[in-house]
Design a protein around this ligand. Structure first.
Ligand code: ZN
Length: 68
């Protein structure tokens, strides 16, 4: 029995910048996931959000501002 703790990691997709909790991006796969990100953006209303429009975000959710 391995006593490894499964720490939940918050990862961001480098392509769509969406933040996932211990999961890979369903659209771009885990090869584009990075834990080196900063900025936290919550988009609730893509229709009326200026940030969503300028960032090209079409889906509501949590996004990172920068992903390295
Ligand atoms: Zn993605």
């Amino acid at each position: 029995m391995a006593g490894k703790s499964t720490k939940k990691r918050t990862m961001a997709c480098k392509i769509c910048k969406k933040i996932y909790f211990d999961a890979a991006c369903p659209q771009h796969g885990d090869s584009h996931m990075s834990d080196d990100w900063f900025g936290f953006l919550i988009i609730n209303d893509t229709e009326n959000s200026v940030i969503a429009k300028t960032s090209g975000i079409k889906e509501s959710g949590r996004y990172a501002i920068k992903v390295r």
